[in-house]
Design a protein around this ligand. Sequence first.
Ligand code: SAM
Length: 231
Amino acid sequence: MNEQSLSLRLTRVGEQIPDQARLADIGSDHAYLPVALMLQNKIQYAVAGEVVKGPFESASRQVEKNGLSDKITVRLADGLAAIQPEDQIDTVVIAGMGGTLIRTILENGKSQQKITGKERLVLQPNVGERTLREWLQENNYMILHEELIEENHKNYEIIVAEEGSKIYTPQELFFGPCLLKEKNLVFYKKWAHELQQREIVLQELEKAATPPQDKISELNEQIDWIKEVLE
Ligand code: SAM
């Protein structure tokens, strides 16, 4: 394992980890991220948490193979339950899952007092970004940085948040406050495609015997927002 073997997505996630962080990588799978960052001497210590036995064993093998067992602890645990107080974690990564699952992991971790609210969160939802941003807003986090990247014909969003109070507009929660400001090429491509998809769904819903008016209004509102940002 070396730093070149990380995907673009995980490389970009890794760039958001502060130097000499004490990192918890939740849903670590093969532990690629903490191993690569440790080999670069970028982090001080890491916990790689996994809830499924197969990926937990892969993570354990990867850490052992690289001789990092004294610096990376692999734990079989559900979400943030992988974190122990003595780990003194200051940065939490949850990447490669749906936004709703990431939100549930954060919510459970908060009620189990596994996070204090002071940690930097580096989140990479595959879908369901809006619900995650809503959770961050409701739980006293501010979004400091966002990225939208394309790799192997798929889009990935990275959301970096830290303690802070900020109220976002419905459009900022939908598109991402930083992504909306930046509007890079991937952003235009993604939302042009999303617009097309929503127009197709809208046409189908309007043909229904009893058209679902709530859903239709929601789609119309989103279509207006998207058209506005694509102008
Ligand atoms: N984080 C890596 C990445 O971004 O490449 C792996 C992503 S992989 C698609 C998702 C991993 O999260 C799987 O290995 C899965 O077992 C794990 N996972 C799902 N729910 C989890 C939970 N509640 N707690 C810990 N791990 C979880």
